[in-house]
Design a protein. Structure first.
Length: 75
């Protein structure tokens, strides 16, 4: 039985693609997708000029040093 050059090329290529898809499927099922982490807001105190982060999505945040309410910095 004689194999054409096309088959000699396509059989290993197909096998490698199937192996790659099987590995991707396995790792996708093993580790579920995580939600993207929320971006922290950056605040600058108007009294003491301290720069700090706050994970909560709130319009005003209290400065950890002097307890003044501050608005987030616009990026």
């Amino acid at each position: 039985m004689r194999l054409s050059y096309d088959l000699l090329f396509l059989i290993p290529l197909t096998a490698q693609l199937l192996l790659l898809l099987a590995a991707a499927w396995y790792y996708r099922r093993r580790r579920p997708l995580r939600a993207a982490p929320r971006r922290a807001l950056i605040f600058r105190c108007t009294r003491c000029w301290k720069i700090y982060l706050d994970q909560r999505r709130i319009p005003l945040s209290r400065c950890p040093v002097c307890s003044v309410l501050n608005e987030p910095i616009k990026r």
